[in-house]
Structure formats: structure tokens, C-alpha cells
Design a protein around this ligand. Structure first.
Ligand code: DAH
Length: 344
């Protein structure tokens, strides 16, 4: 019965230890100590040869029972430890779906880009191609082919940035007209957006760098009525159905006849207000029938073809469209200002 006593002690100690064990390593150590190659229970089983044969079945049964009982306990503890690990892992990986997301700032389009895109949309839907030209431009295209002869006041160095004697920063987008007529045959229907430069002081309505969009249509039987219809469609698409255009006689060297084009005041819809200085109209662009001299200089037969052209300042359009009163706001790059504008 010495073995029985030994068994009882092993079991008691094992149970006491089991109650203390708190991790897998502890459990493995206990398992090894009891049932490893040199484990207490293993050795006990091996020592059965020393007890009388008739006692062996009983002894074997007793060892088996203790092994079974302890194994069950150890397996249960193993399960609990595994469950606890799993819980910890889940807690570690838990995602709080109610947590506010990080603020990711998104960029906005600049109001100039917005109106430029809107205008390109209007004109391309009417069948215009979009063409670009260089900002550093030859005198030839910027002035000569636009029928602005030498000694014309527009060439004055006070207005024009000269790079060299015959190279300027383009003062308008009109030179793209000449570049296009010299390389394409009528029918021509183009718009040319881009930056232009003039030696102006910065104030609420002037900047040495600004943006224009040029329009040019050349074909057979192109008339001033086509010009008026095109500009009316543009005005209405951008500013609403109740807006129309008014043409006032004017002068540009590259058009004949020429017109200053007004829009129904977008602020008061024609009633008269501060924005339109009580007239109900606001001046927005220059236009006219392409001067036959310009057509001829650009290699187009002015007896067969006629054309119209227009030039719009994009800052002016953006300011009217978004109610901006100081042009400087468009160039300062203040994100608080710029983030207010959206396409609609
Ligand atoms: N180029 C002119 C300017 O910068 C604007 C302009 C007027 C363009 C009449 C045109 C036009 O095409 O026909 O002030």
C-alpha cells in the first residue's frame, strides 16, 4: 500500500499546483513532471514490476484513474488558458467602429479652374476644340499678326513684359488665334484658355498675371449673329436663363467691327445695383468679327471666309460667379478662402 500512499501524494500535490498555475508554461512543466519520460507517474507505472503479481491489476487501475483524473483537470485548465488568450487577442485587436475617423484634408479646385472648366464644358459642348499656346510669345503673334503695328500704344513697355526685343510674355490669349489660323484650315472653332501678363500694379481688380479665354470661329458665312448666339449661350449656361448679352461698339485692332459685351447684372438681374453701378449691365468681354487683314496675314482668304473672336477675363467671371469683390483673394492662396468653392 506504499504505492497507494505515493499516488495519493502525487495527486494531491498535482492538484494543489494546478490551482496555482496561470500559464501554459506552468502547465507544460507540470505535465512533464508527472507524465514525461521521467515523470512521477511514469516512474510509478514502471515500478509496478516490483509489486506482487496479484496486486498489479489493482495498482494499474489506480494509476490509470489518477492519470485520467489529472489529465482531465489539466485539459480543462489548458482550455481555460486558451480561452483567456483568445479573449486577450480579441481585446487587443478590437476595432471601435464608433471612433471618429482621422481628419483627412481634401483639396479643392481653385475658383479660376472651376470657371475655366465650366466654360470649357460650355464651349466644347458647342463643338469648340481646346487649344493652348505659349506664355512666352513672339512679338509676331502677340502683336504683329493681331494687327497691332509697331508704335501702337498696346506695345508700350509700361503694359508689356519684354523678354527680348521681339519676345514678350503674352499680353492676351489672342496670339493663339494667329497660331491656329496659320496651322489649321477653316472651319475653325477653338477656345484657348491660359495665363496672360501685363505690367499692372496689384489692386482689387488688377494683377500682373491673370487668365483669359480666347474664342475663334472661322468659316463660310460666319456672322455677328453667330457671335451673339454663342455668347448668349455661354452667358446663360454660366449665369442663368434670364441673363442676356448687350453689344456696345468698340475698337480692337484685330476685329472689325468690334464690341464690348455686357451681361445682364448677375447681382440685381438688371434692376440696377452697386455691382453694375446702377446700369443693370456689367462689362465682361471683348469681341468682334475677325479683321479681314488678320485673316489675310494668317493665310486665310477673307473673300471666302469670315470669322468671329472673343476674349474673356476669367478672374472677372469667377468674381461675378462667386461674388468675390477683391481679385487679390484669388492669388493669395489662403486655404480658408479657397476651400469655399465647389462646382455646382
Ligand atoms: N485680346 C483682348 C484683350 O486682351 C480681348 C479681346 C477682344 C479678344 C476682342 C478678342 C476680341 O478675341 O475679339 O483685351
Amino acid at each position: 500500500m506504499e504505492m497507494q500512499e505515493q499516488l495519493r501524494k502525487i495527486q494531491e500535490e498535482a492538484l494543489a499546483q494546478l490551482a496555482q498555475i496561470d500559464d501554459k508554461a506552468g502547465l507544460d512543466a507540470l505535465k512533464l513532471r508527472l507524465m514525461g519520460k521521467k515523470g512521477e507517474l511514469t516512474l510509478l507505472r514502471r515500478s509496478m514490476g516490483q509489486i506482487p503479481a496479484e496486486d498489479r491489476p489493482k495498482a494499474g487501475q489506480m494509476i490509470n484513474e489518477v492519470v485520467a483524473a489529472l489529465t482531465a483537470q489539466m485539459d480543462a485548465l489548458d482550455e481555460r488558458l486558451k480561452a483567456r488568450e483568445q479573449e486577450k487577442k480579441l481585446a487587443r485587436e478590437a476595432i471601435d467602429v464608433t471612433e471618429p475617423r482621422k481628419h483627412t484634408p481634401i483639396g479643392m479646385q481653385h475658383p479660376i479652374s472651376l470657371v475655366q472648366d465650366q466654360m470649357l464644358g460650355v464651349f466644347t459642348s458647342m463643338g469648340f476644340d481646346v487649344v493652348e499656346g505659349p506664355e512666352v510669345e513672339y512679338d509676331l503673334y502677340n502683336f504683329e499678326l493681331m494687327n497691332i503695328p509697331k508704335n501702337h500704344p498696346a506695345r508700350d513697355a509700361q503694359d508689356t513684359f519684354y523678354i527680348e526685343d521681339n519676345v514678350v510674355l503674352r499680353t492676351h490669349t489672342s496670339p493663339v488665334q494667329a497660331r491656329t489660323m496659320l496651322t489649321r484650315k477653316p472651319p475653325i472653332r477653338i477656345v484657348c484658355p491660359g495665363r496672360v501678363y501685363r505690367a499692372d500694379e496689384v489692386d482689387a481688380t488688377h494683377s500682373p498675371v491673370f487668365h483669359q479665354m480666347e474664342g475663334l470661329v472661322v468659316g463660310e458665312d460666319v456672322t455677328m449673329a453667330d457671335l451673339k448666339g454663342t455668347l448668349d449661350a455661354f452667358a446663360q449656361k454660366l449665369f442663368g436663363q434670364d441673363v442676356t448679352t448687350r453689344f456696345r461698339p468698340s475698337f480692337f485692332p484685330f476685329t472689325e467691327p468690334s464690341a464690348e459685351v455686357d451681361l445682364t447684372c448677375v447681382n440685381c438681374h438688371g434692376k440696377g445695383c452697386r455691382v453694375c453701378k446702377g446700369t443693370g449691365w456689367i462689362e465682361v468681354l471683348g469681341a468682334g468679327m475677325v479683321n479681314p487683314k488678320v485673316l489675310e496675314m494668317c493665310g486665310i482668304d477673307s473673300r471666302k471666309y469670315s470669322g468671329f473672336a472673343f476674349g474673356v477675363g476669367l478672374e472677372r467671371i469667377a468674381m461675378l460667379r462667386y461674388g468675390i469683390t477683391d481679385m487679390r483673394a484669388l492669388f493669395e492662396g489662403d486655404v480658408r478662402f479657397l476651400s469655399q468653392f465647389r462646382d455646382d
